[in-house]
Design a protein. Structure first.
Length: 216
């Protein structure tokens, strides 16, 4: 513990910078994964074949080993932030797509029919009725996706991506030295803190954006 505290004191500024990089790449990936995932769910939830295809494809993304996926993207995107962000988006899609589909399909058909009887068109029903009712389930999927991405983002260092993964890989290269263990622990601590803060942020966002009538 003393060695960890000393390392944090000596390298605090640099670690803080890496933590900000890590949080930034996670937020970018979650934002794009949310846009793509919710859109995919909205476009496919009504029809069985497109729905199953979307779930299977995004499910396959999540089964690809992270080292392999990052490596496959390098020839097309080079090293650095680009392959890291693309890979993280791919890993974050399944929970969002699945929860969007589940949420929209769980809306009571009677409510939708009542809105239709009031003269609401399909897109108006989607925006005014279905998406708001499905939102608690959708945001849970986004929250799960964000936590997944926080952890996988550390491996982005293998393609020179930003974030705390760089600290972990540097420590592994110097394994056996007096500072290697505190170096790894400090990076892990930063990742845990980011995951907790993002999770708490989504809890707050869910409460602020979910109507009282649809809260569990």
């Amino acid at each position: 513990m003393e060695a960890l505290l000393n390392y944090l004191a000596d390298q605090g500024d640099r670690l803080f910078g890496l933590t900000l990089e890590h949080a930034a790449i996670v937020l970018v990936a979650v934002t794009f994964a949310t846009i793509i995932g919710v859109t995919t769910g909205v476009l496919t939830y009504r029809t069985n074949a497109p729905r199953q295809a979307a779930l299977r494809i995004t499910g396959v993304f999540l089964t690809i080993p992270s080292f392999a996926l990052f490596g496959l993207l390098v020839p097309f995107l080079g090293l650095g932030t680009a392959p890291a962000v693309v890979a993280l988006i791919m890993y974050g899609l399944l929970p969002i797509v699945r929860n969007t589909i589940v949420g929209l399909r769980s809306v009571d058909p009677a409510v939708v029919e009542s809105a239709q009887g009031m003269g609401m068109g399909r897109y108006r029903r989607l925006l005014r009725i279905e998406l708001p009712l499905a939102w608690p389930i959708i945001i849970t999927g986004i929250r799960v996706s964000a936590v997944i991405i926080v952890g996988i983002a550390a491996i982005a260092a293998v393609v020179n991506g930003p974030g705390l993964g760089r600290e972990i890989f540097r420590a592994l290269e110097r394994f056996g030295t007096p500072t290697s263990v505190p170096q790894v622990l400090s990076a892990i601590l930063g990742i845990i803190i980011i995951a907790i803060l993002i999770d708490l942020a989504f809890v707050l966002v869910a409460r602020l954006t979910t109507s009282k009538g649809t809260r569990a």
